[in-house]
Design a protein around this ligand. Structure first.
Ligand code: C5P
Length: 220
């Protein structure tokens, strides 16, 4: 069967990565978590005290960043490495979540990430999730999905995920972070989060992951 490009965009914590991983496994495609790239860049900026309001500093820092996804046969997914170091866990922490949307709104940062994402899609047979994948990264993708879910459900999902690693996390903190990121991602000047005109809306508030996969496989 001809290999295609599948894009999944949507609000924070809608379950985009869960669906993307399922689809990639089902179709034997590559899964790319574009958000992990913005998170890794943010981690680098924080660790190296880069002033991201200063374009020269941003450009210099980007020149020192190498991002690569490395396949982990134990978890069966690709994990994010930053300059050779596996940062998969670190990039999910609140410290990064609090700043990532600010960093992802920077023009130079987006150009850096988008160029690499487009390169990854050259071979097709890829499922990529993010915020601008169907609109900017792969505007000609064969299947575009725009995911949404009720805020309360998204907060609950993210809480379960983060609480497993950090017992001090609160629902309130998570809700504030999701709303802030959605606000910045939707209102930024460059490639804001939007449904591509030809994207199909998937509201998974009331769907199990199995039901969701079945439905999307019909679209595929
Ligand atoms: O997908 P995830 O929640 O890990 O993404 C983290 C952040 O990275 C988003 O809130 C958004 O600010 C940014 N992002 C983006 N464009 C993408 C993917 C993520 O701006 N394609």
């Amino acid at each position: 069967m001809k290999k295609v490009i599948i894009t999944i965009d949507g609000y924070s914590s809608c379950g985009k990565s869960t669906l993307a991983k399922q689809l990639a496994a089902e179709l034997d495609y590559v899964y790319i978590d574009s958000g992990a790239m913005y998170r890794a860049i943010t981690l680098y900026f924080i660790q190296n005290r880069v002033d991201w309001n200063d374009t020269d500093e941003v450009n210099e820092a980007l020149g020192n960043i190498s991002l690569e996804f490395v396949y982990n046969p134990i978890t069966n997914v690709s994990e994010m490495t930053l300059n050779g170091e596996n940062v998969e866990h670190m990039i999910r922490e609140m410290l990064v979540a609090e700043k990532v949307s600010e960093v992802a709104a920077i023009k130079e940062v987006r150009e850096f990430a988008v160029a690499q994402q487009q390169q990854m899609g050259k071979q097709r047979g890829i499922v990529m999730d993010g915020r601008d994948i169907g609109t900017t990264v792969f505007p000609h993708a064969e299947l575009k999905i725009f995911m949404t879910a009720d805020t309360a459900i998204r907060v609950e999902r993210r809480y379960k995920e983060l609480y497993a690693k950090n017992k001090n996390i609160t629902l309130h903190e998570i809700k504030e972070n999701l709303e802030l990121r959605d606000y910045i991602d939707t209102n930024r000047e460059i490639s804001p989060l939007r449904k591509a005109e030809d994207a199909i809306i998937l509201d998974n508030s009331q769907l199990s992951t199995d039901e969701q996969l079945k439905l999307v496989m019909q679209w595929v």
